[in-house]
Write a protein that binds this ligand. Structure first.
Ligand SMILES: Cc1cc2nc3c(=O)[nH]c(=O)nc-3n(C[C@H](O)[C@H](O)[C@H](O)COP(=O)(O)OP(=O)(O)OC[C@H]3O[C@@H](n4cnc5c(N)ncnc54)[C@H](O)[C@@H]3O)c2cc1C
Length: 332
């Protein structure tokens, strides 16, 4: 069996994405089990800049796809990425192909799997080669159960559950060899592409990357009720999130939703206000280092996951916290 594990590495501003570094860590373990090496595929503007530093994360080789249709990252074309990936798979016969469990990683690997007529396992926590396939442990049902599964066929196609595997820095001095190639893209590979990007209102720190997230749930009561939550997030330099009850009510856009069908977050501090703690919500905030719940119901399920709780009405508690922070800052 081939002993290479190929990782699709997403990047921005010349830096690899954190979720891709987590995918590299899982790939490194998979390759170690085979006595093999990790290589990386990078696509789009800035790829070459992000490529060399991947040696510190265990990649021996970084392959940069160069093509004018791939250059503009804001016009992401998932089939063109899948075609580039499949071209490398045909050429290098890796034992496994790994991507981050991001929207992009999951989409590209699903398209590659369809092209190769191969199974793909999403949301993996661990994986190892077994015979002509792989054994994976992956999150199912919004993280409420772990599935042990076997994948038939080579290469094994896997995405890594966000924030479930720690990124590793193995040797800060190690540099990956960098090679570029020009994938043979067809017109139909570019048929599906992002045409326009609309910045989220307010801009600021993104929900997925924020160190502090303040979320509101049904208990907020209205779109206007989010004013105090927005203020707390701003005072703490964080982002605003919400539960699905809120997006279903139309109080906030879906891009703010935390959970199984929303964004997966891993902040230092998560402050859910007026959120009961349904499994599907908790699936999105399991990675939070500390959780401070605000809820008047001492029996609310969210309290089982909370490090700290204020048992009270968010309409009183959150403005009081905001006032205390403002006062403390004025006193400085
Ligand atoms: C397939 C599927 C996918 C889903 N995906 C997601 C997802 O990604 N994210 C998600 O969030 N949900 C998701 N859900 C929905 C999830 O099951 C819950 O319905 C939802 O999370 C409930 O939102 P909530 O906690 O805001 O509302 P509720 O469960 O109604 O809880 C409201 C809470 O507010 C508290 N409260 C009331 N008044 C106040 C007040 N004045 N001050 C403070 N607290 C107050 C209450 O005590 C209660 O605990 C999904 C469901 C399904 C079936």
């Amino acid at each position: 069996m081939a002993a290479e594990v190929l990782v699709l590495v997403e990047h921005a501003g010349g830096e690899p994405d954190e979720l891709s570094l987590q995918a590299l860590a899982l790939a490194r373990a998979y390759a170690d089990g085979l006595g093999g090496a990790v290589s990386a595929l990078l696509i789009g503007r800035g790829a070459a800049g992000a490529a060399g530093g991947l040696g510190a994360h265990g990649a021996a080789l970084a392959l940069v796809a160069e093509h004018e249709a791939l250059e503009d990252d804001t016009r992401f074309a998932p089939d063109a990425w899948a075609a580039s990936l499949c071209e490398l798979i045909a050429r290098r016969s890796p034992a496994a192909v790994v991507a981050a469990g991001s929207d992009r990683g999951n989409e590209v690997l699903a398209r590659a799997a369809a092209r190769l007529d191969q199974p793909m396992a999403a949301n993996c926590l661990a994986a190892a080669a077994v015979g002509e396939g792989a054994r994976v442990t992956r999150l199912r049902w919004g993280g409420s159960l772990l599935e042990e599964a076997e994948l038939d066929g080579v290469p094994a196609l896997l995405t890594v559950a966000p924030h479930a595997v720690a990124a590793q820095r193995l040797d800060a001095a190690a540099a990956a060899a960098v090679e570029s190639f020009t994938p043979a893209l067809r017109e139909e590979d570019l048929r599906v592409a992002v045409r326009e990007r609309v910045a989220a209102p307010g801009g600021g720190v993104s929900l997925a990357d924020a160190d502090v997230v303040v979320s509101g749930g049904r208990g907020v009561g209205s779109a206007e009720g989010f004013a105090a939550i927005e203020e707390l997030a701003a005072l703490l330099g964080g982002a605003v999130g919400c539960s699905r009850a809120v997006t279903m009510a139309g109080w906030r856009p879906h891009s703010d939703q935390v959970g199984q069908t929303g964004t997966k977050i891993a902040p230092e501090l998560y402050i859910p206000c007026g959120i009961s703690g349904a499994t599907q919500h908790m699936a999105g905030c399991k990675g939070a280092k500390h959780l401070l719940a605000v809820n008047p119901d001492p029996e609310a399920p969210i309290l089982a996951s909370a490090d700290y709780a204020v048992i009270g009405d968010l309409h009183e508690v959150v403005p009081a916290i905001n006032a205390a922070i403002r006062k403390a800052r004025e006193a400085r």
